[in-house]
Design a protein around this ligand. Structure first.
Ligand code: NAP
Length: 243
């Protein structure tokens, strides 16, 4: 099946990381669908992608983080694009530094868990059945190395939330060791910024997007974790060196 016959659902595709992935997938000839709660984010995404690829981008307003919202979004999506062959999930937030735990409320922790873990779980549960049994399909999770250590003072709940997503991906690998669909995880150990906000030490969302799009295109590995800490790592994913 060529890239133009494949339809990628980019969960979180309107976000910083997701929009780089969407652009790269479209540049490789994939059809891409993006669901966002925010129509203005979808409009920004439309102007971010390469002009000649816009016809292959389907956007729709919806909430993939709630059970009813994800089911509704799935029906709307299938009506609009017919089928989904691949899924990339980059749900969450870019940064959180609300303060040390004793200054935080249960509501704050709930919000962090909802954004990083619950949305990832709920959307996986709704959309995975669309690709699960097809050996030509892929499901890729984008996660953050923030889950392995405190990045700086006041970012504790970011660590808790990111760690829960790392654990969720581990659980999926272990609970489903034999899957037709290629299930992979990209763990990013650095800040990610779009081209206009690039800064020293940050990964370009476009380079990262290209790496993830290559992984989707190749669909050669499953149950792997690709760690990306610097631009050379993105290039290595593109060139298929194992990390
Ligand atoms: N940015 C970085 O520096 C960085 C570094 C390392 C790892 N990461 C990883 O990349 C992921 C995405 O980061 P990002 O910078 O792209 O964040 P972002 O720009 O805030 O985008 C996050 C996306 O997640 C969606 N989302 C959040 N909460 C949701 C909920 N409850 N229900 C449904 N959708 C929800 C948002 O959907 P809407 O469009 O509907 O608002 C948005 O599209 C992070 O979680 C992390 O694992 C990021």
């Amino acid at each position: 099946m060529s890239n133009s016959d494949r339809v990628v659902l980019a969960l979180g595709g309107a976000g910083t990381v997701g929009s780089g992935i969407v652009k790269a997938l479209l540049d490789k000839g994939f059809k891409v669908a993006v669901i966002s709660r925010d129509s203005s984010r979808l409009e920004r995404l439309q102007s971010f992608v390469s002009p000649g690829t816009k016809d292959n981008l389907t956007t729709m307003v919806g909430n993939v983080g709630s059970e009813e919202g994800a089911e509704q979004a799935k029906q709307d999506l299938l009506k609009a694009v017919g089928k989904v062959t691949d899924i990339v999930s980059s749900l969450g937030f870019s940064w959180w530094q609300g303060g040390p735990p004793h200054t935080q409320s249960l509501k704050d922790l709930h919000w962090v868990m909802e954004t990083l873990l619950f949305s990832t779980f709920v959307s996986w549960k709704a959309f995975f059945p669309l690709v699960r049994d097809d050996p030509g399909s892929t499901y890729s999770f984008i996660t953050g190395g923030a889950g392995e250590k405190l990045l700086m003072p006041g970012t504790g709940f970011l660590t808790v939330g990111a760690a829960s997503t790392l654990a969720f991906c581990q659980v999926l690998r272990d609970e489903y060791p034999e899957l037709p669909c290629k299930l992979n995880q990209v763990k990013i150990n650095a800040g990610v910024a779009p081209p206009e906000r690039s800064a020293p030490g940050y990964l370009s969302s476009l380079d990262l997007g290209e790496a993830v799009a290559s992984l989707v295109e190749r669909r050669s590995t499953s149950h792997s974790v690709f760690t990306v800490s610097c631009p050379a790592d993105s290039k290595a994913v593109i060139l298929e060196r194992s990390l």
